[in-house]
Every structure is written in C-alpha cells, then in structure tokens.
Design a protein around this ligand. Sequence first.
Ligand code: ZN
Length: 262
Amino acid sequence: MRALSRALRIGVISLTALLAACGSSGPFKFDDSYSAQGQNSRVRYLVLHYTAGDHATSLKVLTQRDVSAHYLVSDERRPTVYRLVPEERRAWHAGVGSWYGFTDLNTGSIGIEIVNMGRLPDGRWAPYTRSQIEALKVLIKDLAQRHGVTPRNIIGHSDAAPQRKLDPGPHFPWKELAQAGIGRWYNEAQARALQAQYATRPLPSAAQTQALLRKAGYDTPDSGVFDKATQNVIAAFQMHYRPARYDGLLDAETAAILQSLN
Ligand SMILES: [Zn+2]
C-alpha cells in the first residue's frame, strides 16, 4: 500500500487503477473508454524564472522547500532539464501576480526555472549560456504547442509580478526567442517610425502609458502619474522588450515599442 499511497499523493494513478487496487465490488462500474471532444489543457501561461543560485542549490531549494517549478534547466555544457512537477499538477513558482487580469498563475501555468545567479553583488547580471537558450527553445516550443499557449502568454516572472520580481532579468534573450517563433514581439519597423515622430510631439501621458501597459497585459496602477509602482511596471516592460535600459522612465523608444506590440 505504500507505493499506492505515494502514487495517490503525487497524482500519477488513474481512477481505474485505484478501483483495481481496491477491488471490483464497489458501488459503481467505472468506464473510461469514451473521451469527450470538448476539452483542452488547463495550462494557459508559461512563466520563466532564474533561480538566483547554482545548480546544486537550485535543485535542493526547488525540491525540498515550499517553492517549486515544473522544469529546471541546469547550466551544464549539455543542460539537464529536470521535470520536478508533472505538468498536470500545480507547482509553486509564481506567487502573487497578474497577467491580463488573471491572478491564479500557479494554477494556470507551467513554471520553468533556469539555473542562473541573477543579479551579482557588483550589480552586473549573470549571463545565460548558449546551450541553456538552445535547450529552452526546444522545451518552450514543445510546451506551447502541446498546451496551446499563445505567444503573449509566454512571460517572465517580472512581467507577472513587476513590483516584486526581476527574473528572468535583462539578459534573457526574448528577442532571439521571438525570432525562433516563441513569445510575443513588437513590429520593429512601426516602432522606429513612431519613435521618430516623438521628436516633434509629446510622449504619452502617465494615464495613457498606464492604459497601454494594461492593454499589454501588465498589472498597472491607475494613478495618472508616473509613481514608483508605475515605474516598476515600465522597468519590467523594458527588461523584456528594450533591455539596453530599464530605468522605469518612459522615453520615446519605450513608448514606441509599447504602441507597436501585437
Ligand atoms: Zn521567479
């Protein structure tokens, strides 16, 4: 029974196997030979993180504490992709956050942690390895296809929680992934044209910027001023789409990109 109770706890056993294990004289017959056409995956989002720790520490933290992720990508020369939580189950990686108004991200997402030290003590950011990025392209593409995740719902932790989180950080190559057909990107030609126009006309107001950020999925204050919370959202947006500068201040390039999304 120990194996059965463990299987039940981690949710890998079917009701059929349960009934078989408990005998065939129960109060109903069970039949799973039909399958409904009307069904889809519960997974709508892919959330990317760095672990801010080395390989061994990351594995330990994500398996032995109250944080977890479905996948962990190591930083070995040929990365190991650990599956720590089955895709059907919740992992505890997103915490408080919101994307297009959806707040229960742990329930609706698959979490991918990447071994990377994040922000170093000297203020620089640890790079991702080439092989991690190549591994991620394959992993994310497969997950997005199997679960029907739309490009705009492939996000970083900082996109969903811009007031609390910086991962996967400014070194995460969102543009390269977009070129590989992964995630959302903006219309670059349109953005260049818009940016040029801002030489002779004012940038969007705080209220307009907040509305644009909300339209892009970000949980953004409605204050009508560029307060600290709004700057945090702008910084998260910049880290994703214009990582050369992520100071949270609206400039012509940021405004142009924001308007050229989708
Ligand atoms: Zn995270």
